[in-house]
Design a protein around this ligand. Structure first.
Ligand SMILES: *Cc1c(COP(=O)(O)O)cnc(C)c1O
Length: 621
């Protein structure tokens, strides 16, 4: 795993410069430099750094790639795109996205009423809004209100019931008006084909969304009967997220393209767009040979344009506008989670920890000899001997023949021997050595919550690239597992022999060591859960000024303890009163002591729940 696979997942967004990982933009600041600047202001714990220039890069790449495909095939329809809000609704992200996308008439997609309100208030009037998902009468009325405001909005019907509601709302809000205003109407079709991968459930006959062919024909009749056919303008499908393979998309495009052409020939004259949903994959892999997608963006765009053109030609209809709702592709790269390492768990396995006695059990003497005389030539043989001795010593302990100190010496010596042998034999790379890495893996305790910040790792074992911020000129040698600070054993990214992660051997009592998790900008933030009441981390927007220097803007600190409880609907006034009363009423405290404790308590209540450091580190100073 050279350079932590940066060449596979990095997309030239970051570069390694000497010993640090740097932003590959403008003055190329290191992530370490940015992190330290924010920490100097007193913000400890994990930090979420957002980079608007990376949002801009994705949007402009999407548009220029499709423009190129259109040009190559001389395609007549327009290319348009919206960002699906469910992927990331956080204001620092959405406001940056709106700001950097002005040149593209880029819009938003909403799947709920709250998302629709974001879209109605943040999207420029001319930019498209699409509305998907299940809708009640209120939500459909909101779509009419948006249209009446002047928004370019398309409401996608997912079932015939929704169409009935549209007809009803249209009567209520437009009857008797000189200029009735109706949102554009889209229909989501239920595809025969499905995507593949862990997120593929959104397509196919078993999908919870979309109209079957029979329902589609019925919808057509209903629209015609209620003189709404002139608003039907979009066919929509979505085959699932993180498409690893392009083949299912091609099948879906053929299906949707033919449905478009058939409806158009039937008399749906206003029909003019195919919305292909999202699904464009992000390369999360950190390891050669384990990549997650088999196509390039250009191939994707060419396929879409070519297939639509082919169908339009053969059926003799106009080439439709092409809409995409790619979300993961736009948002994933924009944020980096930086988290401090608090502790290396197995550092107790060092020579200093040995408690050898004047007279040790013979097998321990032998282990000690093996350790001190271990050389390249005998490494494998000594290693086997050591493992054998360990089994015997542990049995002796169980039978009561050796004491706890002997057992501790056994653990330390065997661990040291394995480490040394792996180091001496590192160029041999046999399966046996790989297996032994599990035994000597170092557990890195990291100040973050995997539940809050990487929920798709917890729920779906989705891998996110991870690497340290510095020491990149040194080869990392510790097989590493990452432990978060929740009290839950699922908050662990275990060492995986097939996707190994190696980190540096460091002494956190002497120096700081930070890990960065990349490609966390899509889905992770709002899916994150407050397990143990660790909340959304402190975040900042990293911009660049005219000289190319970076700026830290829109800093939002993680919620403080009282706000967290307030969110759970605790009566925080009562909590406050109770705590104060209990200190003031305590019999054993002097007046001064009470005041000092209250001061401390109020300081802590104003802070967030992440650790500032851990006790062990303070004591080591
Ligand atoms: C979730 C969703 C998207 C976004 O999918 P990505 O894989 O993130 O691009 C687009 N359209 C619809 C209808 C969705 O439900």
């Amino acid at each position: 795993m050279k350079h932590f696979g940066l060449n596979i997942w990095g997309d030239n967004n970051f570069i390694i410069d000497h010993d640090t990982i740097n932003v590959n933009h403008a003055s190329r600041p290191s992530l370490l430099q940015i992190t330290q600047k924010i920490r100097e202001k007193g913000y400890k714990g994990p930090l979420l750094l957002r980079f608007p220039h990376l949002i801009k890069k994705q949007i402009s790449t999407l548009f220029t790639t499709f423009e190129k495909a259109k040009k190559e095939f001389d395609y007549k329809g327009n290319f348009q795109a919206v960002f699906p809000l469910k992927v990331n609704q956080f204001p620092n992200f959405i406001e940056s996205l709106i700001e950097v996308s002005q040149a593209y008439n880029y819009g938003l997609e909403a799947g709920s009423k709250a998302e629709l309100i974001i879209a109605m208030s943040k999207t420029p009037l001319e930019a498209p809004i699409t509305v998907n998902g299940f809708k009640d009468k209120e939500m459909i009325s909101l779509c009419f209100i948006a249209a009446k405001m002047g928004h370019n909005i398309t409401v996608t019907i997912e079932g015939l019931g929704e169409l009935e509601t549209i007809i009803q709302v249209n009567h209520e809000l437009n009857d008797g008006l000189d200029t009735p205003i109706v949102p554009k109407i889209g229909v989501r079709i239920r595809l025969h084909s499905t995507g593949i991968g862990i997120w593929a459930k959104s397509g196919g006959y078993g999908s919870k969304f979309g109209l079957t062919s029979t329902e589609l024909l019925e919808a057509y009749e209903m629209l015609k009967k209620h003189t709404l056919l002139s608003y039907l303008w979009m066919i929509h499908f979505h085959i699932g997220s993180q498409m690893s393979d392009i083949a299912p998309l091609k099948k879906a495009l053929r299906e949707a393209g033919n449905i478009y052409a058939e409806l158009k020939k039937r008399g749906a004259d206003a029909l003019g767009a195919i919305n292909i949903g999202g699904g464009l994959a992000v390369e999360y892999s950190q390891h050669e040979g384990k990549t997650e997608r088999n196509y390039s963006l250009q191939e994707f765009a060419n396929d879409v344009v070519f297939l639509m053109q082919e169908i339009a030609k053969s059926k003799g209809v106009d080439e439709p506008d092409i809409f995409t709702e790619s979300g993961r592709y736009i948002a994933a790269s924009h944020s980096v989670l930086v988290a401090p390492v608090l502790e290396l768990f197995s550092q107790e396995y060092n020579e200093k920890g040995l408690r050898l006695k004047e007279k040790n059990p013979p097998l321990i003497e032998e282990l000690n000899d093996l350790y001190t005389s271990l050389s390249r030539k005998h490494a494998r043989e000594y290693l086997h001997d050591a493992l054998d001795h360990m089994e015997s010593l542990l049995t002796l302990f169980d039978l009561g023949y050796i004491d706890l100190e002997d057992r501790s010496n056994t653990e330390i010596l065997v661990n040291l021997i394995i480490k040394k042998a792996i180091f001496l034999l590192q160029n041999e790379g046999t399966d046996e050595l790989k297996k032994l890495q599990d035994r000597i893996q170092e557990k890195y305790l990291v100040n973050f919550s995997a539940f809050e910040s990487l929920p798709d790792f917890w729920g779906l074992a989705q891998h996110f690239p991870v690497m340290p911020l510095d020491r990149l000129n040194e080869k990392p040698t510790n097989p590493a597992s990452i432990w978060d600070i929740t009290c839950d054993s699922d908050g662990e990214i275990g060492f995986n022999r097939n996707l190994p992660l190696y980190l540096h051997d460091i002494d956190v009592s002497k120096e700081e060591y930070f890990l960065a998790f990349f490609l966390t900008g899509a889905y992770q933030e709002v899916l994150g859960m407050k397990h143990n009441l660790f909340t959304h981390p402190t975040e900042a927007v990293i911009g660049f000024d005219d000289e190319g220097n970076y700026t830290v803007d829109k800093l939002i600190e993680a919620q403080n303890l009282m706000d967290i409880l307030d969110d759970l609907d605790y009566d925080t006034h009562l909590i406050d009163k109770t705590l104060t009363y209990r200190i003031e009423a305590s019999k054993h405290l002097s007046k001064e002591e009470k005041q000092a404790l209250l001061d401390k308590l109020y300081l802590y209540l104003s802070e967030n729940s992440y650790l500032k450091t851990i006790q062990a580190i303070d004591e080591r100073e």
